[in-house]
Design a protein around this ligand. Sequence first.
Ligand code: NDP
Length: 482
Amino acid sequence: MKKILNYIDGSYCEPYTQDWLDNYNPSKGAVYSKIASSSSIDVDKAYQAAKKAFPSWSNTTIDARSAILLKIANLIEDNLDMLAEAESLDNGKPLSLAKTVDIPRASSNFRFFAHAITQFASEAHESVGLETMNFTLRQAIGVVGCISPWNLPLYLFTWKIAPAIAAGNTVVAKPSEVTPMTAFLLGKICTQAGLPNGVLNIINGTGPSVGQAIVEHPNIKAISFTGGTKTGASIARTAAPMFKKLSLELGGKNPNIIFADCNYEKMLSITVKSSFANQGQICLCGSRIFVEKSIYSKFKNDFVSRVKELKVGDPFASSTQIGALVSKPHLDKVMSYIDLAKEEGGEVLYGGNKVIVNGSENGYYLEPTIIEVTNNNCRVNQEEIFGPVVTMMSFDTEEDVLEMANNVKYGLSATLWTSNLDRTMRMSKQIESGIVWVNTWLNRDLRTPFGGVKNSGVGREGGFEALKFFTESKNICIKYDN
Ligand code: NDP
């Protein structure tokens, strides 16, 4: 059976303890490879390699670093089919999605930061009349830790690694143990692109073992983490007393707010996507739909009939729009929320059942599910489900919906459908979230800041925000005589 090894100092290697975990193909519900179950010993070995590589990498010219990042981007593109197939097999997402979103985006992450680093400038402040000149030096931090989740495996892994190495750091990274395959394949691509040994080290294993060892390592001075809010809190508890720099991109329970004056057809088709893309396993999915009362019953009928048309099936079939959920425990968790919704008085308008796919009877398939609720305070409207499940309810006024949109512990993103510019501005300013999409969804320009407020995280990624996170700024103050 294929083994997913660690990638340390430019070479693949087995874990020190020789322990292995099972890696599942979610579309079949069957083990198809073994993953290194690493420990703090492997993390420290990776740290030593990264430490050794740092002086040379951080002094490599920006042009040379940029050229290597561009080569990685090109090699990801050249291997698009192979990587997309690996991602789909490992995660259960439709192959068409991996081909058009996940892998192209992984390549553009490297391409974007290859260019961004050449434009990353610093500031100078002349203290006029005092014969003093200040400038800000932005220096690479050293060895940094990057920990990513399973929903967009290579996409989010590269979203951290590309800016970290572009800025001159060396990295100890951990993909989710649930979806380690494409990160494993990235190691070979980095070697082919000429990334010096030790600049990127990838350690596989569980969160409590490998993730915790990275966060606890006394000399890994910055942690960039994307994952659940509970894990983020635990990481913060460990890292804060060690005074580590922390970027936390956490969960969401995002409102999708629909006013009667929107472009209805456009809203309807994008709302189907924002509800169920990637089986609803995107932190930015609009999982709470609020619809203005005057169009509520029309929307309800139209939305249910569009969602009924979605084809759930084998991720490798070209007709499939919804693939398998990532794992059995996750499927069970999502289904438990459907039961909870019923207990709380919600009405399942469509879905709620497992789907048996011919030839893949043990796969983790679930119907796209729409639940009508009447109270924003119920648990299914307050807690992140992170699956193909949306709730919907009507609202009367702008004030009411704003109150409900904000009355949740999360604050990652929000979507607003309206043609009224005044309302757009009023609402966008008052919605408590890191991103507000107006008449669109998942529309990303990589230069923009990305992140959440409240329990959705701390710090921002994207563009120069990421390069600022992965550097320390130092004020150099020079006094001169005239
Ligand atoms: P988890 O928090 O369970 O895991 C995220 C990563 O952290 C995984 O690599 C995991 O390892 C690791 N990990 C787990 N425990 C620890 C620990 N104690 N110390 C260090 N690392 C640890 O999240 P999921 O993988 O389940 O991802 C889903 C969550 O991610 C959702 O809440 C979603 O909203 C959020 N997310 C947020 C995004 C954002 O940008 N804000 C984007 C995408 C997802 P392992 O899997 O091996 O246990």
